[in-house]
Design a binder for this molecule. Sequence first.
Ligand code: ADP
Length: 587
Amino acid sequence: MQMDEDPVRLDHLRRQQFELLQRQATRSPFIIAVVVAVLAYVVAEHVPLYLVGPWALVQILLPFLRRGYALRRLGDPPADVKGALEQMVWYAFFAGLVTGAAGPLFFPALHPEGKALLSMILVCWIAGGVSTMAAYARVFYAFATPALLSLALLWAMEGDARSIAVALLILLFGLILAFFVHDTERVVRESFAIRYDNERLLAALERERQEVSFARDRAEEANLAKSRFLAAASHDLRQPLHALSLFSATLSLRAVDSTAGEIARHINTALASLSTLVDSLLDISKLDAGAVRPELRRVNVKELVERIEADFRPLARDKGLMFRVAPVEAHVETDPVLLERMVRNLVDNAIKYTAMGSVSLDAKADERTVRIAVRDTGPGIAESERERIFKEFYQVGNPERDRGKGLGLGLAIVRRLARLLDLEVQLDSEPGRGSTFAVTLPRMPEERAKPRPPRPPVTDDADALIGARVLVIDDELSVRVGTRTLLESWGCRVAACSGFDEAQRLLDDYALDVDVILADFRLPQHENGIETVRRLRARLGNVPALMVSGDTAPERLREAQASGLPFLHKPVPADKLKQTMLTVLRR
Ligand code: ADP
């Protein structure tokens, strides 16, 4: 068995065998004492006491001494177990000699029945040794051989045929016992091997489990640290970006000549692409932080495709690409915002990476599913890159990290969104010929056509905010000035402050009336914008309010969602700010 090739396992096996022997040795002396007493009683009538007495004494003392040793060894296993087993073999041999001595000592004085009785007791005794010594066969052989041999020899020496037959029978019996012990020891070895291997397997599994859980904890920690870092970085970026966009919006409104107007437009374009980059960072940190929960709705696929088409057609036209759409009249149940974000990212990539040819956005439906596919005739994606492109910050062929070519987050966001929506993004591509990204959603049964609710009118009433009294709370001076300038150019009356205390003073000193509060989320001295609005409302009544924040830390985002206040992320485009203000004022 291969067990013997592994020294550690062999050592473990020997220890196990040694322990089994010791356990048996703690129990057997009591039975041996009884057997010795019976034997002494049987022979005492014919054998002189000076022979029976010392023999019986030694036979009883020996097992009890052995028991003492066994008890000690069970508590304190030997360092050299091989040597200890060897000693066991020698001890057994000695015990076998003493047991076998009963033959030559008592035989001559006994009549035939006495001899038979003595032989029977001795043979039974030796057979009993099987149960106590089978764990280590050599111990049994060492014990049984001298005892049985001396008995067989004595019978053989009687000379008559019957006695010789008895001698042979004793030898045969010994042989059978030896086979039996040999097999029993094999069973002991095998069951030990199975247990040992199982234990090792379990230990290895446990180690592996611990390693995996350690690695997972570290990965989660690293991921959390990353999303915290991103959140912090995008907050710091958003502040000046927001102020800039407020100023540039005012600048385009007030441009005195066409050159200034042109510059203002360029600034706006640059700001828009900067905002997109910051938005990607924000999106991914939000997704990683688990701050995005899908809200399932019935979604009209045709409308979704048409909305995306309307936004991207000009972009495709500018690049000289054909933009084909094949919308389908079907519904799916999903989060419309997240699905749209996903498809938009795919279309955006398709247009970005395709220099010539076409981009198509198809939706196909069968009875059970709707498949939305974005196909392009761009460069395609090599097999080896197909998994990697979904990793964050990974880009093919942009070693110079030209920001104009994106951040490498688009597909990472797509994958996370897909996971949230329980979808799988399929990618087919033939390098040099193009790529197809697709998702398949379960189709919803069609309802009978219902009249569509009228869309809320999109107000872009230039004068709608004239005279509105706005309280702006932001700790950053540039943002306060920027907001004030923009709001005033819309005709609002603006009071700006940096936090609750200052707002209190303004309200006290000027007896201000407020129509709407525009509050930053993170204010000095750990003041929280939501709390500030709540406290001001206690004084002003239920004034409409909206939050503007560059803080994307996951906890903040969850808090913001829970507050129920409209929440705008810096940098806020001027028209979005205006729309949201109009909405809250109208409520
Ligand atoms: P980004 O577009 O910001 O570089 P993405 O995560 O969206 O980042 O894409 C990762 C990489 O996958 C890109 O650098 C690009 O090389 C490759 N890729 C994505 N979409 C396409 C496409 N439709 N055709 C060819 N390559 C693509």
